[in-house]
Design a binder for this molecule. Structure first.
Ligand code: GLY
Length: 424
């Protein structure tokens, strides 16, 4: 099943069950300056989860573009990416656990309407309870209508409590995992399941958050006036399970991008994955109006592009390699008619990469001589995270506090018209 079909089936399934399809919001959150990027489908819906009336009703469904960079160092493994599409359905004070779980199970396993996944390879986790909320016996009972008890595990808040940040709606969740190994692992005990999860042999394909609590300054303070459901399925991971791949980069969402790099004989798979992931994310950021800069969103974009280019150099590619990947993203079959890209994407990325390309080699030489991260940043355009990564590879630790202090001093000087200015 191709990714277009997966999106279509998801939306149709929930439309048939009374949900209204709403468009993806921008990656740049509107009316919320506290977050840099939209990280989940529920993010643009926060006011409605808190009780405001949504103009489209109480049952919504969509495919939301998301960027998450907190796991950026994991990109290169089988399942992490910095841009992804999240399939989500919501009940804004309407249905609750019974329907949410039934529909999750049906959509995942039904062959005609849904995805036809093998129920024997499914594992479910539910919240085990803590001082904030009780053990989710209800979800556990409902799941037993569909799944054998030995495939349902109770887990703690670390994995089965969901919120976006320190403030806002939150709640316990139930998560669905799929065994993506080629021959199947058979029935796993909880311990074996946890090991398989850590080894990315079972992969989370969907979660249902039962959002009935509110968090303020990191503390769960009260129950909301309504009980909501917020679900989230990462399209890339779901596609991986459906296309029987053991990593997202072999799905149709990535294969046309990664194959651009086939001509490089390097067996550095991790670098190739980082390149396509970071460039894809950059193209989507630019589509939503972000431009490379030294602060905020623009800095994240800059970091991604510059890091991608360092990895391009590692596999012995060059500037043209970057542009080929950019073109593969904007002409991707799966995005056609769905997402509009910025007609100046290639130009914007070209400018950024050629600027950085000029200083990269000499910066790397300076790095080898032990030049400090502040100089690498201001004179060679090395984002601190890149210097930290290069240092880590050599077993060196960068003193971030010293760098941050120097940067603060530098910024104050720049602002007061001092002579030292950012070169890039
Ligand atoms: N449904 C919440 C999330 O997966 O991000």
């Amino acid at each position: 099943m191709q990714s277009e079909e997966i999106r279509r089936r998801f939306l149709t399934f929930f439309e048939k069950r009374g949900h209204v399809v709403i468009p993806s919001a921008s990656l740049v959150p509107e009316n919320d300056s506290s977050v840099l990027f939209t990280t989940a489908g529920m993010q643009p819906l926060v006011p409605y989860l808190l009780g405001k009336k949504h103009p489209q009703g109480r049952r919504l469904v969509n495919i939301q573009k998301c960027v998450r960079t907190q796991d950026i160092n994991e990109v290169g493994d089988n399942t992490h990416d910095t841009f992804f599409e999240m399939l989500g359905n919501w009940s804004l004070g309407d249905y609750f656990k019974e329907e949410a779980i039934q529909w999750s199970y049906e959509l995942l396993t039904n062959r005609e309407e849904g995805f036809g996944l093998d129920p024997k390879r499914l594992y479910i986790t539910v919240f085990e309870g803590d001082e904030n909320a009780p053990k989710d016996e209800e979800a556990f009972q409902i799941w037993q209508n569909y799944m054998p008890k030995n495939h349902i595990f109770f887990m703690g808040a670390k994995s089965n409590w969901w919120s976006v940040g320190e403030n806002g709606p939150c709640g316990p969740d139930t998560e669905m995992f799929y065994d993506v190994t080629s021959s199947g692992l058979g029935d796993l005990t909880k311990k074996e399941y946890e090991k398989a999860d850590a080894e990315q042999k079972v992969v989370e394909v969907w979660n249902d958050v039962f959002m009935e609590y509110e968090k303020k300054d990191g503390q769960i303070t009260n129950k909301l006036s309504q009980r909501n459901v917020d679900t989230g399925a990462g399209l890339e991971r779901l596609t991986m399970a459906l296309q029987k791949k053991n990593n997202i980069f072999n799905t149709d969402l990535f294969i046309s991008l990664i194959s651009v790099l086939d001509k490089f004989t390097s067996d550095n798979i991790r670098s190739k994955r980082i390149i396509v992931d970071h460039i894809r994310t950059s193209v989507f950021m630019i589509a939503d109006g972000v431009l490379p800069s030294n602060t905020g969103r623009g800095y994240i974009l800059r970091r991604l592009l510059r890091r991608a280019y360092v990895h391009v150099r590692k596999i012995e590619g060059d500037f043209k390699t970057v542009i080929s990947v950019v073109n593969a993203v904007v002409s991707h079959e799966s995005y056609k008619g769905l997402y509009a890209f910025n007609s100046e994407t290639e130009e914007i990325i070209s400018m950024e990469i050629s600027k950085f390309g000029k200083t990269l080699e000499s910066g790397l030489k300076q790095f080898d001589k032990g030049v400090d991260p502040f100089i690498l940043f201001t004179s060679y355009g090395f984002p601190i995270e890149l210097t930290e990564e290069l240092a880590r590879e050599k077993g060196i630790t960068i003193n971030r506090a010293v760098f941050d202090k120097e940067m603060r001093k530098h910024r104050t000087l720049s602002r007061s018209g001092g002579e030292r200015k950012f070169k890039r």
